[in-house]
Design a protein around this ligand. Sequence first.
Ligand code: BG6
Length: 497
Amino acid sequence: MVFKVFSRGFSRRQLAKVAAGAALGLPAASARTGEKSVLLGSGQPRGAAGAGFPGGFLWGTATSAFQVEGAVNEDGRGPSIWDAFAHRPGAIVDRSNADRASDHYHRYKDDVALMKAMGARAYRFSIAWPRVFPDGGGEPNPKGLDFYNRLVDECLAHGITPFATLYHWDLPQALQDRVGGWESRDTAKAFGDYAGYVAARLSDRVTNFFTINECGRFVDAGYGGGPDAPGLKLSQDRVNQVRHHVALAHGLAVQAIRAHGRTGTKVGPAENIVVCVPAIETPDNIRAAEIATREMNAGYLTAILEGKYTSAFLAYAGANAPKFTAEDLKIISSPVDYVGINVYTPHYYVTAADDAHGFALLPLPASFPHTSSPWHKIDPAALYWAPRHVAKLWGPKAIYITENGTSSSDQPTADGQVYDLDRIMVLRSYLSQLQRATAEGVPVQGYFLWSLLDNFEWSDGLETRYGLYRVDFETLKRTPKLSVSFYREVIARNAVA
Ligand code: BG6
């Protein structure tokens, strides 16, 4: 049972439920947690992060198409699986939908101006596949791509570097209906074609692409019985096959971007890495957390970066393991230019163990603090360990923090302001740990704060707010929260403010 969670992968919502190592049948922590403390990796002591971030560090914000755009029926956009799901009775906690969302489709110029006013130098947005190919493939819809042409031009005119994510969960409904969505290899193939089409048309101005946002979330939460579209509850072998097709789609997109994008176009994944934190920073526990990181991400990130499924992953999955070929693995591991990781919560606390696995997972106490989203446990060290493990295990040329941020209740006070001091506390403490990582030479090149705006927060609806700007969903007015001033200061100083 050690790798119980492997074959399901991880969604943060599920992780909240399985956080206790005991629930996984893992060995209990040993007395080894008490071993002597050490200097870290490069030999730098913990406090060495005071000098700020490296020169040229890219500060940005992130959004996703379905969550902010609205305009779901405009300019030939086809329906996505999330349109149908958001209108399903009972699917969205506050009974809202994303038909209008933050109206970014019409207000993108104002929103780019907001980024500019903060001093942000990069914008990670996602492209809605059903705007570009309303039917999933076949005839493209030029008007759909035009929106992204306008958005990209607007960003560039304001000195903001666009980073485009090709898939942030809004699968064309036509593909779900026709072939069963990600259950079919045809969807992976269609994704590669779509990626090549977009790269051919945008890479004269967009140098950086991310393929797929958070395989680790939407596969389990959408196909394995979680709270996401398309709302299926498949058996474990089928869920594992879905995950394999998503990994394949990533690889096909990398290849298509190389084939159709301009020379110099860059691409990588944007994954919600399962973050394993050594409970106490001893050499043994740190090594154990590295091993755990590799195994806990085996179904996707490890496969992409190593070109194989680990033997522990396959052994645990057994008869439920995905069906794949050697050629699939070659495609999946097509070389990437960087690794994007979304980092919010620590997933597991790890200690060294004297057994075949080499690590043990610790249970989380019920009192562990969290943000206004219960799944999001607060530990700033997640933003140190996630990139550090990636750097140590796989040595990528570059790492981007493609998402980090927090929800907050964000109620305006009588003076109309939003004093989101909890968000500032979370950001300040997480960024201090990121600074620790870059000070030690971990090659993190940029950070995208989630999110620019309050948006449609998936099955939570409009009530859960992650934005730096509060959106009044009646008037669509944007109001800067106090955290805008905080982030502006961080960017200006290139250091934690
Ligand atoms: C990330 C997603 O998982 O976290 C975003 O990429 C999402 O799209 C954000 O909005 C917050 O997650 P949740 O589960 O609280 O909506």
